[in-house]
Design a binder for this molecule. Structure first.
Ligand SMILES: *[C@@H]1O[C@H](CO)[C@@H](O)[C@H](O)[C@H]1NC(C)=O
Ligand SMILES: *[C@@H]1O[C@H](CO)[C@@H](O)[C@H](O)[C@H]1NC(C)=O
Ligand SMILES: *[C@@H]1O[C@H](CO)[C@@H](O)[C@H](O)[C@H]1NC(C)=O
Ligand SMILES: *[C@@H]1O[C@H](CO)[C@@H](O)[C@H](O)[C@H]1NC(C)=O
Ligand SMILES: *[C@@H]1O[C@H](CO)[C@@H](O)[C@H](O)[C@H]1NC(C)=O
Ligand SMILES: *[C@@H]1O[C@H](CO)[C@@H](O)[C@H](O)[C@H]1NC(C)=O
Ligand SMILES: *[C@@H]1O[C@H](CO)[C@@H](O)[C@H](O)[C@H]1NC(C)=O
Ligand SMILES: *[C@@H]1O[C@H](CO)[C@@H](O)[C@H](O)[C@H]1NC(C)=O
Ligand SMILES: *[C@@H]1O[C@H](CO)[C@@H](O)[C@H](O)[C@H]1NC(C)=O
Ligand SMILES: *[C@@H]1O[C@H](CO)[C@@H](O)[C@H](O)[C@H]1NC(C)=O
Ligand SMILES: *[C@@H]1O[C@H](CO)[C@@H](O)[C@H](O)[C@H]1NC(C)=O
Ligand SMILES: *[C@@H]1O[C@H](CO)[C@@H](O)[C@H](O)[C@H]1NC(C)=O
Ligand SMILES: [Cu+2]
Length: 631
């Protein structure tokens, strides 16, 4: 016994000595590619190539990514999704949260150790919509102690694809002409950055299939004709095997599957993905909801046709059990309750809110506020500003996040810096059946699981709620946000400031010289509160804040008249082209319904009267409208 434990110690020592440093030099750029076979369009390249490379490292390795901004007209950044960045918060990626934007021509060094994570991850730009234009790739951390046997390790990236770049779609999405906040409809689902993909397999072989949804919007159903598989990992957490024939995977989630191939190689099978079409505001007639790719056993045999199923019944990840059975965390020391809504602000643009606040980036990145504030002040959320939803967490406390979704959509939420236990995920409350939003009730909820599922991205159902818990054992400034890129653009984010005293006191958390020069090059200060004030951290004069809500009473007359005059005018062309609104016969009723307006009042509004209403808010709406019309 003594001998073997000594051997283990030796092995551990050998392993740590063997830790490697992987250096990547990546320069961003643009190239034209026909990804889905439907249209060529500009795509973000890495060193002139697309797609971006897979990263494969081992637990304990050091990663150094030199990210050079090769664009001439925009900033960039990189996030390594799911990595805890324990002690290296400034390497996490989100601009204005932990770093300055990287300006054109500049290089940022992302330098971190992958000590606390194993399994399947990915990386992507954390700058507005860039990853939907292709700036993303797989990141795998291999582990000598992986608990299951397999023969071959294969990555499979899922996503959706648009024929337009984010530059084209975003202004139309965040527009007064899109008052319901309808997300642009993708043209196709893609698999490994193509369609009609073929995967040649060997018979009687166990594949470890790492399925990653690197898309920016829709969740997908995934199944393989006449095959079952075992789920063994979700979001970097190994699970007890759970055999199923279908998974449901939101953007940013990962499922690792053991797929054992058949002995019989006489025919081939369909690998199917399907849009979760409940997430689409409308269904263009030519949109193909099912997408077929091919599992090839025999290259001489025909490709199969599509494989449809009678019922979409995916595994419910809530019931997965982590391999290292970790007991449910006890009662929280601190509870964050956030309510999700979507609404129009006075410009008429549709935003997303946590507790009535749409995330509005501060003047200096929040991490820099932690690093530059007085030690006595860092635990006071005020200095971080009034429009970022800052919550300060104490060292090692048990934190509970209760999320109440008052919106009728499904949203996948991602927490940076942690994987969390899922205590509750409530059922759908269907507005089409007259059901209203259900908030979590701590005195009336289902029993918590004994060994809750743990992951870093979790969806909430329509008008429903979830409850997650984690231990605040990773000092840093961490974003919690919807991983639908459109909704992040609409401001669906909060900021957790975890153990700020320790951040300040830790050498590895200080900004590197490279980081400071990246800030200097975009003219950004590295000190100050949310308003950039370095003298008085409680003086927030000048902090960026959201525009006003539409005042009561004004709503029906203003926004609706505006909307309909738009619909009848310029809008007709823009929205119909982008969202296919032409397909909706009752668009006016739909707008009235989604904006919760009184239909009778709306009918009484004379469109031509709008500009005559003498009211500040009206004029700012009119101004915003003019501005867009004149573009
Ligand atoms: C990567 O870039 C660094 C810094 O610019 C340079 O020192 C290094 O030689 C480059 N390495 C490779 C493999 O290109
Ligand atoms: C995939 O197949 C569809 C339908 O046959 C075709 O339109 C499309 O161009 C193909 N795409 C690729 C990338 O092969
Ligand atoms: C890049 O970021 C800096 C600092 O926030 C900003 O001043 C600049 O306008 C940004 N550049 C572009 C092209 O958005
Ligand atoms: C990356 O970080 C490690 C650990 O702090 C450090 O030893 C190394 O010098 C850094 N690499 C560079 C290129 O700065
Ligand atoms: C999918 O693409 C990745 C590269 O991102 C590659 O490693 C993998 O082998 C591909 N998978 C299949 C099934 O072809
Ligand atoms: C597949 O073939 C192997 C030997 O090649 C055999 O051991 C195994 O039992 C076969 N499996 C099935 C399901 O027939
Ligand atoms: C592969 O498919 C071809 C064409 O259908 C068939 O003739 C052949 O027997 C198949 N091979 C195997 C090993 O089943
Ligand atoms: C897509 O697949 C689903 C599930 O298999 C099936 O019910 C549906 O009919 C298919 N839709 C189309 C348009 O093919
Ligand atoms: C597998 O998942 C199902 C739900 O889809 C659940 O009922 C079952 O308990 C799970 N079993 C294990 C071992 O994870
Ligand atoms: C969230 O909604 C619930 C239920 O409507 C309400 O009780 C609670 O006060 C709200 N919380 C916040 C922070 O607005
Ligand atoms: C959000 O706004 C609603 C409606 O104006 C109000 O009832 C509610 O109290 C606000 N919630 C918070 C947390 O401010
Ligand atoms: C971060 O590291 C500390 C000590 O080095 C450890 O106690 C803690 O569990 C780690 N946190 C995470 C999220 O891995
Ligand atoms: Cu969302």
């Amino acid at each position: 016994m003594i001998g073997s434990s000594w051997l283990l110690v030796m092995l551990a020592a050998v392993q740590s000595v063997a830790a490697e440093t992987h250096v990547f030099n990546w320069t961003t750029g643009w190239g034209n590619y026909n990804v889905d076979g439907g249209a060529e369009r500009p795509v973000i390249t890495c060193n002139g190539e697309f797609p971006w490379p897979d990263v494969r490292v081992k637990k304990g390795d050091q990663v150094e990514v030199y990210l050079k901004n090769g664009f001439d007209d925009r900033n960039t950044s990189m996030h390594f999704h799911g990595l805890f960045q324990n002690g290296t918060n400034s390497m996490d990626g989100p601009p204005m949260v932990v770093q300055c934007p990287i300006g054109p021509g500049d290089t940022f060094l992302y330098n971190f150790t992958v000590d606390d994570n194993v399994g399947t991850y990915w990386y992507h730009s954390h700058t507005a919509g860039q990853y939907q234009d292709g700036m993303r790739g797989a990141f795998v951390i291999e582990d000598d102690d992986f608990p299951y046997d397999y023969d071959e390790d294969v990555i499979l990236q899922l996503g959706e694809w648009y024929h337009d770049t984010t530059d084209v779609l975003n202004p139309k999405f965040m527009s007064v002409y899109n008052p319901t906040g309808a997300e642009p409809i993708p043209q196709n689902l893609i698999m490994n950055n193509t369609r009609n993909m073929t995967w040649e397999v060997q018979p009687d072989t166990t594949y470890l299939l790492r399925v990653i949804n690197t898309g920016g919007f829709v969740s997908q159903y995934f199944w393989i004709e006449d095959h079952e598989f075992d789920v063994v990992e979700v979001d970097g957490i190994y699970t007890e095997k759970n055999t199923t024939d279908m998974i449901y995977i939101t953007t940013a989630q990962r499922y690792t599957l053991l797929l054992h191939t058949k002995n019989d190689t006489s025919r081939n099978y369909a690998i199917m993905t399907k849009f979760d079409d409940t997430m689409l505001d409308l269904l263009p007639k030519d949109l193909q909801l099912n997408s077929t790719n091919y599992l090839i056993y025999n290259t001489s045999a025909d490709k199969p046709t599509e494989s449809y199923v009678d019922e979409l019944a995916p595994l419910d990840d809530f019931y997965l059990v982590p391999y290292q059975k970790e007991e449910a965390l006890g009662d929280p020391d601190y509870r964050v309750v956030v309510n999700v809504t979507m609404d129009n602000l006075v410009s008429g643009i549709n935003y997303a809110f946590f507790n009535n606040l749409t995330y509005t980036a501060p003047v200096v990145p929040t991490l820099f506020t932690v690093l530059s504030a007085d030690e006595d002040d860092v635990k006071n959320p005020e200095i971080y500003g009034s429009n970022i939803n800052a919550f300060v967490l104490d060292k090692d406390e048990i934190v509970e996040i209760v999320l109440n979704n008052e919106d009728t959509g499904t949203h996948p939420f991602h927490l940076h810096g942690h994987a969390f236990q899922v205590m509750v995920r409530d059922v759908t409350y269907d507005d089409a059946l007259g059901e209203t939003p259900h908030a979590y009730d701590e005195n009336d909820h289902p029993d918590f699981p004994e060994y809750p599922m743990i992951r870093d991205t979790l969806y909430v159902r329509p008008q429903s709620n979830f409850v997650i818990r984690f231990k605040a054992n990773n000092p840093g400034v961490w974003m919690f946000h919807c991983h639908i890129e459109w909704h992040l653009t609409q401001g669906l984010a909060i900021i957790l400031i975890e153990d700020p005293e320790s951040i300040k006191a830790t050498q590895s958390q200080q900004l590197s010289d490279n980081h400071k020069s990246v800030c200097a090059n975009v003219g950004m200060a590295t000190e100050g509160n949310a308003a950039g004030n370095t003298d008085d951290f409680f003086n927030l004069k000048g902090e960026p804040i959201q525009e006003k809500f539409i005042p009561d009473g004004f709503t029906a007359k203003g926004i609706v008249a505006m909307t309909f005059s738009c619909l009848a005018g310029v809008l007709g062309l823009i929205m119909i082209a982008i969202y296919g609104l032409m397909d909706i016969s009752n668009v006016e009723e739909k707008v009235i319904d989604e904006l919760h307006l009184d239909a009778d009042k709306v009918a009484a509004v004379d469109v031509d009267d709008v500009d005559d209403i003498d009211n500040d808010e009206t004029s700012s709406i009119s101004a915003a409208r003019e501005e867009v019309v004149n573009k």
